[in-house]
Design a protein around this ligand. Structure first.
Ligand SMILES: [Zn+2]
Length: 329
C-alpha cells in the first residue's frame, strides 16, 4: 500500500495536479511556486507548492501536505477515497500517454516510406540517421493514423480527445515532420512541422511539457537554449551535446522553473530575425532569469539567421563555438 501511494505521487506530481485543476502559481524561489489557496478564500497568494518535496503549505489557512492530503481537503474525501480518486484519474491519463506513444511509433515507421519527408529533412540540413532515430523523428503523411490506431484498440473518442483527429474525424497531422515531446520518459505531445502548404508549426492540444531534452542537459554547467526543434537538431548534429529547446520564445512556467533550478549559465540562442522578435524575447528572458539569480549570455548569430540556417549556409561547429565564447551577458 505505502509503496503504491509513493508511486502514485511520483507519477502525478502535485504541481501537475493543481495546474490541471486550473491553479495558477508563479515561481517564488528555486523550488517553490506561490498562488491563491484553493482551500480557502483569499486575495493575496499564500499557498506554496514545493516541487522538490512535492508538498504544499498555505500560510493563510495553515493546511499542508502531499497530493493525497490535498485531495482529501479539497474534495472532502477520506484517505482511501482520495487514493481511489487519483487511481481513476491516472488510468485515463495512462490511456492518452499510450495513444501518443503508438502514434509516435507509427509516424516514425512511416518516415522512410515517403521520399518527400527525407527530402525535406535533407533540405533543412538534417541527415544524421542515428540522430533522427534518437529523436524518434517521424512523418505524418495524413490519412492513415486513424485506421492504424483503431486497429490497435484505441477508441475514436480517445483519438479525438488527444487531438490526433480533427472534428471531421480525419488525421489532424497532414504532411508534417513529427517530433515527439517527452517528459520523464512519457510522450506528452507531438510537434508537427508542415512540409506543404499547411500552417508551419503545430502541436496537439494540451501541455508541451517542459524544455525539450532537459533531462539530458540539466546537470551541465552550461546549456545552449534554442527556440526551434530544427535548431536543436542542427546543433546536436554539429556535435554540441548541451542543447535544450523551449519550443518558441515564450517559456511556460515549467520551463522557466527548470532553468531556475541549480547553478548554470544559459546561452540564449534565439533567432536573429528582421523584426527583432527573437532578440527582444531573449533580452526579456535574460532579465527575468537574472532576477532569479540565473546567469545568462546572449549568442548573437549573423543577421537573418537561426542556428539551423547558420549551419545550412555553411557555418561549422568551430565558428558556432566562437560565437558561444563571444556571447555577452
Ligand atoms: Zn489556505
Amino acid at each position: 500500500m505505502g509503496k503504491d501511494v509513493e508511486e502514485l505521487k511520483r507519477r502525478w506530481p502535485l504541481l501537475d495536479y493543481l495546474r490541471q485543476h486550473n491553479w495558477t502559481g508563479r515561481p517564488a524561489s528555486r523550488s517553490e511556486f506561490v498562488g491563491l489557496c484553493p482551500l480557502h478564500e483569499e486575495t493575496r497568494p499564500s499557498f506554496y507548492v514545493n516541487v522538490r518535496k512535492n508538498v504544499f503549505y498555505c500560510h493563510g489557512c495553515g493546511q499542508g501536505g502531499d497530493l493525497i492530503r490535498f485531495i482529501q481537503l479539497s474534495r472532502h474525501l477520506s484517505f482511501r477515497q482520495s487514493i481511489a480518486c487519483i487511481e481513476a484519474q491516472t488510468s485515463v491519463s495512462d490511456d492518452s500517454a499510450a495513444v501518443l506513444e503508438h502514434a509516435a511509433v507509427f509516424y516514425q515507421q512511416q518516415l522512410e516510406h515517403y521520399s518527400e519527408a527525407t527530402r525535406y529533412l535533407n533540405r533543412r540540413g538534417l541527415y544524421d540517421a542515428a540522430l533522427i532515430r534518437e529523436l524518434c523523428i517521424g512523418y505524418a503523411a495524413g490519412g492513415s493514423l486513424r485506421r492504424y490506431l483503431t486497429a490497435q484498440g484505441h477508441s475514436f473518442d480517445l483519438l479525438r480527445q488527444a487531438g490526433l483527429l480533427n472534428a471531421r474525424g480525419s488525421d489532424a497531422f497532414y504532411q508534417r515532420i513529427v517530433f515527439p515531446l517527452s517528459q520523464t520518459g512519457h510522450i506528452v505531445n507531438l510537434y508537427g512541422r508542415s512540409i506543404g502548404s499547411g500552417f508551419a508549426h503545430r502541436f496537439l492540444p494540451g501541455t508541451k511539457g517542459g524544455l525539450y531534452a532537459w533531462e539530458k542537459v540539466r546537470h551541465r554547467p552550461e546549456v545552449i537554449l534554442v527556440e526551434g526543434l530544427f535548431d536543436y537538431a542542427a546543433l546536436r548534429q554539429a556535435g554540441f551535446p548541451n542543447v535544450a529547446c523551449s519550443l518558441g520564445t515564450h517559456l511556460n512556467a515549467d520551463q522557466f522553473q527548470q532553468l531556475c533550478q541549480g547553478e548554470r549559465t544559459v546561452y540564449l540562442t534565439f533567432d536573429v530575425d528582421q523584426n527583432q522578435s527573437g532578440q527582444q524575447a531573449a533580452e526579456q528572458l535574460a532579465h527575468r532569469l537574472g532576477a532569479h539569480g540565473v546567469s545568462t549570455r546572449r549568442v548573437l548569430l549573423p543577421p537573418g539567421h537561426d542556428p539551423n540556417s547558420f549551419f545550412l549556409k555553411g557555418g561549422d561547429a568551430q565558428q558556432f563555438q566562437s560565437l558561444v565564447e563571444a556571447a555577452q551577458p
